[in-house]
Design a protein around this ligand. Structure first.
Ligand code: EPU
Length: 344
């Protein structure tokens, strides 16, 4: 096992962090350890690490801001790959904006606001990176990331080449895109925005932030747990089922918004699974609607050598619980030190 990771380091020519706590890489703050993790700064290094991992039979999970991913306590036995500073550029030419996938949405919105370009301000308050927001077509009720996107450049893992996908090819839907089915790493996106007065952009951002702050709880959460269904708000159904404030272990359903679970820092993945199951049962009993997870759940490593850009196991594909060793308290052996490959 050890040799495999050493071989990966030599083949890819970059250091790999080992036994990285996933709690730090999911905003819900639960999860075991990733066997390996690396941050890449260039497309060439990404290509190299993906190719090397594939030939060594190491599964790969691409991670954005970790604001929509829940890891199980058994961790991730493959390699976690994040895009670093090299993917955080924002280039603006007139009304055309090209931004790297690792750019935080907040940074993108701020920059566009500064130069008087409108089209992304309605995403204000959504956490995470542009790559994650494209993958999930993140949004608020009346606006979604896909609305602002003209094209996306990605690394196609199956064809091992760069591809530019036009908006129509990305098939944005409610909290979904083609990247849920296609093994690819989102690298950057182009947006055609509209000139707009800075004051009106600022007013839009502050109204949205005000609404979010008054309707969504602060604290450790992963945003909305379930998708809205049949035109009804999942949070509202959870409230009407009388579930606000219900707790399992260290996880509690927010009193402010029923679709938010808050971690009091003691929560385990089992608490998460049990709370999800309880809510689903109660909502199904009351409304006849089976809620679907909005968050992506990464349970375990598939045994194949496949690399994957989409969910390892989402709500549609729960996977087996084959890997149940508890690595939660295993002390990290080694961390990245500096330069490319740095994974703090
Ligand atoms: N409501 C309740 N009780 C609750 C929560 C909501 O009665 O506990 C009612 C509200 O009063 C309102 C309606 O349900 O009448 C809709 O609520 P809200 O505006 O808060 O929106 P939502 O449908 O619950 C969606 C997104 C959020 C996004 C907000 C922004 C989904 C699943 N959720 O929530 O996105 O922030 O709109 O308006 O699409 C996320 O994706 O992680 C997320 C949080």
């Amino acid at each position: 096992m050890e040799n495999k990771w050493q071989s990966l380091e030599s083949a890819a020519g970059m250091p790999i962090a080992r036994d990285v706590s996933l709690r730090r890489y999911s905003s819900l703050g639960i999860g075991g350890y990733a066997a390996g993790a690396v941050t890449v700064e260039t497309v060439a290094s990404l290509e190299k690490i993906l190719g090397s991992a594939e030939s060594l039979g190491i599964a790969v999970k691409i991670l954005g801001g970790g604001t929509n991913v829940v890891f199980s306590d058994s961790g991730y036995p493959g390699l976690l790959v994040r895009l670093g500073e090299g993917f955080k550029k924002i280039e603006i030419q007139q009304t055309r904006v090209r931004a790297g996938a690792a750019v935080h949405l907040t940074a993108l919105i701020t920059r566009c606001m500064e130069v008087g370009l409108g089209g992304v301000e309605k995403l204000a308050g959504i956490p995470g990176t542009l790559g994650g927001a494209i993958f999930q077509n993140s949004g608020a009720r009346d606006y979604e990331t896909g609305r602002a996107i003209a094209s996306v450049t990605c690394w196609d893992m199956a064809e091992r080449r760069l591809r530019e996908l036009k908006k129509e090819e990305i098939r944005f839907g409610y909290r979904t895109s083609c990247f849920h089915l296609m093994p690819a790493v989102i690298l950057s996106a182009e947006m055609d925005l509209q000139p707009a007065p800075r004051e009106s952009l600022m007013a839009e951002v502050s109204a949205r932030m005000k609404y979010r702050n008054s309707t969504q709880p602060a604290g450790r959460s992963i945003g909305c747990i379930f998708k809205n269904a049949e035109g009804r708000s999942a949070g509202q159904m959870i409230e009407e089922a009388g579930l606000k404030g219900r707790r399992i272990g260290g996880l509690v359903i927010s009193d402010l918004h029923g679709n938010f679970f808050l971690n009091d820092n003691r929560a385990t993945f089992k608490d998460f699974e049990d709370l999800v199951a309880m809510v689903r049962t109660e909502v199904k009993n009351k409304f006849g609607i089976l809620l679907e997870l909005e968050v992506e759940v990464v349970r375990e490593n598939p045994t194949s050598a496949n690399t994957e850009g989409g969910p390892v196991c989402g709500s549609q594909n729960r996977g087996s619980e084959a890997v149940r060793e508890n690595v939660e308290h295993r002390p990290p052996r080694r961390w990245k030190i500096s330069g490319e490959g740095n994974f703090i």
